[in-house]
Design a protein around this ligand. Sequence first.
Ligand code: MTE
Ligand code: LUZ
Ligand code: MOS
Length: 778
Amino acid sequence: MFHGNSDSQKMKNVDSKSHVRGESVYLDDVPLLEGTLFACVYDSPIAHGKLKSVDISEAEKSKGVVKIITAKDLIGENQIGGILPDEPLLADGEVHFCGMPIALVLAETEAQAHAAAKLITAEIEPLEIITDEREAQAKGKLIAPPKHFKLGDSDKAFATCEHVFEGRADVNGQEHLYIETQGAYTIPSEQGGMKIYSSTQGPTAVQRAVSRVTGIPMNLLEVDVTRLGGGFGGKEDQANAWAALCAVGTQLTKKPVKYALHRMEDMRMTGKRHPYSADYKIGLDKDFRIIAYSATFYQNAGAACDLSLPVLERTLFHCTNSYFIPNVSATAYSCKTNLPPNTAFRGFGGPQGMFVIESAIAHAAEKLNVSASEIQRKNLIENGDEFPYGQIAESEAITSWKQADEKYDFAKLKAEADEFNANNKFIKKGVALMPICFGISFTKTPMNQARSLVHVYTDGSVAISTGAVEMGQGVNTKIAQVAAKVFSQPIGRVKVHTTNTLRIANTSPTAASAAADLNGRATQIACETILERLKTVAEEMLKDGAYRIESSEISEMRHTQKDGVTFENGFVFFNGEPTSLDWLLVVNEAYNQRVSLSEHAHYATQGINFDWSIAKGHPFAYHVYGTAIVGVTVDCQRGIYEVDYVKCCHDFGSSMNAAVDNGQIEGGIVQGIGWMTMEEIFYDKNGRLRSNALSTYKIPDIYSVPKEIEILPLQTERENLAIFNSKAVGEPPLMYGIATYFAIRKAVKAFNQENLPKFDAPFTPEKVLINLYGKIGM
Ligand code: MTE
Ligand code: LUZ
Ligand code: MOS
């Protein structure tokens, strides 16, 4: 249990008032300085080619244009690749994808900048365009050598299996579609420095990229992030380019520069979730235990590395989902194509790995004529089992399955669907289960650190800065709760401020669902350190019986803790007895005694490690588990469908904020359903994005969300490394949405038994219709 103020469990997001009043400050709400220039990129119309020349002469004459910048103008390095140096900021010599920035226009108004960018032309000599990951792999176009995971000996084990099935699964990408598009605003400061407002999940990544392209040292670059209108991974790395472009503009003009992308620019120029294609082989014994599993993953990385390699690694980490399989062999290729560099997206490659094993299980179930859930249930990972990467499971997989089954009665839900199907010819129902298991921690161990700066002011109020970025997920609420709890102050006395690289340096991006864990723990340490000092001051004040009170009125507030000084509801207790001392008196006495009321604390997750030379270790602080059951109804004349319900048992550990966490679950589920059903990214053979607007790229709206989402918190007593045992919640629920794919598949098969649809997500209404009437072999 979270033992904070009892209201805290139900506490609203601290931003909710300012959000509904329109007072929350996003990038576009930062007041503009006089003389601000507006930027617009001229981006490549061709996916691959030699850049012979760029003609800016017409654009330069266009009204309001102040400057046009190309690669040759850069003072620093023309490079923004964070992991591999393979991504120029502005194309130089070659273009690698449609949407690659070639020139930057700076003008007095936004409209003028856009108008001028349209007047730029480039002479590009076409080169071969590859958009398909398998074709790229076959032609040797890889971002890096392939990665492997191995447990046991799958080759040997397959020979002993009663049943072996092989197949292919494809899963498409996903557009982030954060409500707030990418953008930045740079303002010149003293000594050639700059203040950079950026809509980024990674303020330090922005600072580093700007430093690199401008040559300005990091200590002259202040990055400030107010909050994001969503990131979903799309701003973990890909906010860098826009900040870097604005910064270059500021450096070369000495003027503030702003660029907030239009929606179609954002969709065209930024990378998305990685599409994957995979080959799998699954072997079961006569009792349907999975004895061996092998998979080869082809990741469509796009034209540069970006975060593709850690994404690829997480695909391997999660390629067996919540199952224990004693013999596993997995290989993953990061394939270089002529698409915008794909990037982090909620789940970070994990969901793609899980889709493949769920496809393999569905394949086996269909061939063996058993329910997929029977195979799923039999193979859930147990306490003490080993993951293919060497970590030993502290598993809640079976517990969550059992608790979900007890509450929702899987057999009954399936029987209802079967009965419905027996009585209806053109409407069919499908039900599928999805256990999830997601590792919490950045898989790159050094990233698992954070800092928090806490000030207590002499009016008793508290100001906090951390490395965490608020992007709607409620991290600021959780951090405020931590301080309020430690100080025993109302949450209204605590303000969590913007994320700023001068206040907090060397931040890890707000990602991997770990922001509250890492920054919350750092905040806890900082607050506890200040509290200890205050206790010492209070103890001194209480000497000789001063401030003791005998009044019985507040005796019912007596604290149970009997030793020394404690703070409860703002009052000081001594050995469990009330005193007339309160928070404000002690804070002011501390100030008078010249005791520090500020602390900058550091937290680093203990006990984690990973050694890629052997691909073994203990990379995760803990795992988040859960089980969902999803029911759908398919209209077999139209190919359209509805999600009737998603019912899950989710492992919160012990949620410190049910409102925030349930919101994360609901949002994650809907985003996962969108990925699996209607969201279809479509690039043509020439690498041009055809689904380039909301008219052609459909995301779930209020009519397509499940009619019912039920969330049952897993009951568990197990301790974990999360902040106050409240496990990370940001990414895992998205993976419940995967069951929707398999539920639709069941409904389709109930209508057309002959057909074995390909495993090819998303299952758009168009594909459903084709499969309802087609005869397609796997
Ligand atoms: N929720 C909202 N509302 N907006 C977002 O952009 N991003 C998700 C998740 N939930 C996101 C969100 C992703 S991809 C991650 S990694 C986590 O939030 C990051 O925040 P956390 O570490 O505080 O959970
Ligand atoms: N980002 C990252 C992530 O850099 N490393 C990770 O392991 C990760 N995991 C999930 C989401 N983002
Ligand atoms: Mo989330 S994909 O870690 O930003």
